[in-house]
Design a protein around this ligand. Structure first.
Ligand code: G6P
Length: 368
C-alpha cells in the first residue's frame, strides 16, 4: 500500500530517499569526529593487529560492487594485500586464504547461497570471516566469526539501493579502522573520514538537487537499447553499479568499463544509438576522462557526464551533465550512487515497468 511506502509510488524510490537516514544508522557508534571506532566485534582488533596479512572479499551482485569500492579504498591508503572475487566463482576456486586472512562476506540478505558456501570454504581454510549484513540472525551472520550489521531497516525493492551505500560507508569505516590498527598514517584519510561522516547531509543535498533534473533527463535516454557507463579507479565500481541498476529494472543493455579499456574493444560498439554515462572525477584522472569523452563523441555517441559544478571544460563537450557536489575520487562510489539509482528508476517508470518487481530476479538468491 501507499502507506507502507510512506507516500512514495514504489519501495525503490522510498529506499533511495531513505539513504541519508540509512547512512546515519550504518555509521552511528562506528565513526565519530572522523575517527573509526569498530569495537563491537570482540576478537577483531587482536586478530587484525597480530595476525592479519590479507583481506579477501566474497560477495555477489551489488554487494560485490561495494566490496570493489572497498578494495580501491584500502589500496589508496595502505599496501595491505586485498583480493576480491564474486562468490559463485570463489567457491569453485582454490583461493589463496589461510588463518592470516580476514574474509569479508558481504551480503545484504545474509542468505545468498553462493556467498554462504564461500563463507564455509573460507572457514574450512582457517580464515577469520566477518559478515557484513543487513539482516540480524541471517545464516551468513550466524556462520561467520563476527558480523557488522548495516542497520538500515528492511529493504523491499529487489534492486539494492540504501543497503549499497550503507555497505560502502561501513566498509570504508572498517577499512580505515584496519589501516589505523596496522599503523599507517595518512592525512588524507582523516579528511576523507570526516567527509564520510557528513555523507547523510551531502546525500540530502544530492537527492534534492538532482531529482527533478533526472526525471526530465531520462526522457531523452529511455528509448535507447544500449548504454555504456565508464569511470576510472573509484569510478569503475560506480559505473558497474550504475549499469547493473539500469539492466535490472529497465532491461536496457547497460554495460560498464574502465574508461581506459574503451580503446581495447568496447569503443567499436559506439555510435549515435549507444549513449555513454561518464563519471568525471576531480584530480589527475579528469584530463584522462576528458580525452576518453572526446573519443566517444567522435563516434557520434551522446554523453552524459557526472561532474563537478565548476568543471566547465567537461560540461562543454558533453550533451548533458549532472552536477555532483563533491566528486573527490574516494567518495565517488557514494556520491554517484543516488544519481545512477534515480536515473534507472525514472527510466523504468517512464517505460511503464515496475521497478520493485523486475522480471527474472529475486531479492535474495538461495538456490544455485
Ligand atoms: C540478488 C539481488 C541483488 C543483490 C544480490 C546479492 O541478485 O537481486 O540486488 O545484490 O542478490 O544479494 P546479497 O543479499 O547477498 O547482498
Amino acid at each position: 500500500s501507499l502507506a507502507e511506502k510512506s507516500g512514495y509510488p514504489h519501495f525503490m524510490l522510498k529506499e533511495i530517499f531513505e539513504q541519508p537516514i540509512a547512512l546515519e544508522s550504518a555509521l552511528v557508534g562506528r565513526l565519530k569526529d572522523g575517527k573509526p571506532q569498530i569495537k563491537e566485534v570482540q576478537s577483531l582488533e587482536n586478530f587484525v593487529k597480530n595476525q592479519m596479512k590479507k583481506v579477501y572479499v566474497v560477495a555477489c551482485g551489488t554487494s560485490y560492487h561495494a566490496g570493489l569500492a572497498a578494495k580501491y579504498f584500502v589500496n589508496r591508503y595502505s599496501d595491505i594485500d586485498f583480493d576480491i572475487e564474486v562468490a559463485s566463482e570463489f567457491r569453485y576456486m582454490n583461493p589463496a586464504i589461510d588463518s592470516n586472512t580476514l574474509v569479508l562476506a558481504i551480503s545484504q540478505s545474509g542468505e545468498t547461497i553462493d556467498t554462504l558456501e564461500g563463507v564455509r570454504l573460507a572457514r574450512k581454510k582457517g580464515a577469520y570471516v566477518l559478515a557484513i549484513s543487513n539482516v540480524v540472525g541471517s545464516t551468513i551472520s550466524r556462520e561467520s566469526d563476527g558480523v557488522l550489521y548495516l542497520n538500515t531497516g528492511p529493504e523491499i525493492g529487489v534492486a539494492a539501493t540504501k543497503t549499497y551505500t550503507a555497505q560502502i560507508a561501513l566498509l570504508y569505516t572498517l577499512a580505515a579502522q584496519l589501516i589505523y590498527w596496522k599503523g599507517y598514517k595518512k592525512e588524507e584519510l582523516d579528511e576523507i573520514m570526516r567527509n564520510i561522516e557528513k555523507m547523510p547531509e551531502l546525500f540530502r543535498i544530492i537527492l534534492d538537487k538532482t531529482n527533478g533534473h533526472l526525471m526530465e533527463l531520462v526522457k531523452e535516454y529511455k528509448n535507447f537499447k544500449d548504454m555504456m557507463y565508464v569511470g576510472r579507479v573509484f569510478g569503475f565500481p560506480a559505473a558497474l553499479e550504475g549499469a547493473l541498476k539500469l539492466k535490472e529494472i529497465s532491461y536496457i543493455n547497460a554495460i560498464a568499463y574502465q574508461a581506459g579499456e574503451l580503446k581495447h574493444g568496447p569503443i567499436a560498439l559506439l555510435d549515435d544509438n549507444f549513449p555513454v554515462f561518464a563519471i568525471v572525477p576531480l584530480g589527475k584522472l579528469r584530463e584522462k576522462m576528458i580525452s576518453n569523452i572526446m573519443e566517444v563523441k567522435a563516434r557520434g555517441a551522446k554523453v552524459i557526464a557526472l561532474t563537478s559544478k565548476d568543471d566547465l571544460q567537461t560540461k562543454k563537450i558533453c550533451d548533458d551533465y549532472i552536477d555532483v557536489p563533491s566528486i573527490f575520487e574516494p567518495l565517488i562510489p557514494l556520491v554517484v550512487a543516488p544519481i545512477t539509482q534515480l536515473f534507472a528508476y525514472y527510466i523504468a517508470v517512464q517505460k511503464g515497468l515496475d521497478p520493485d518487481k523486475p522480471r527474472n530476479l529475486a531479492k535474495s538468491v538461495t538456490v544455485e
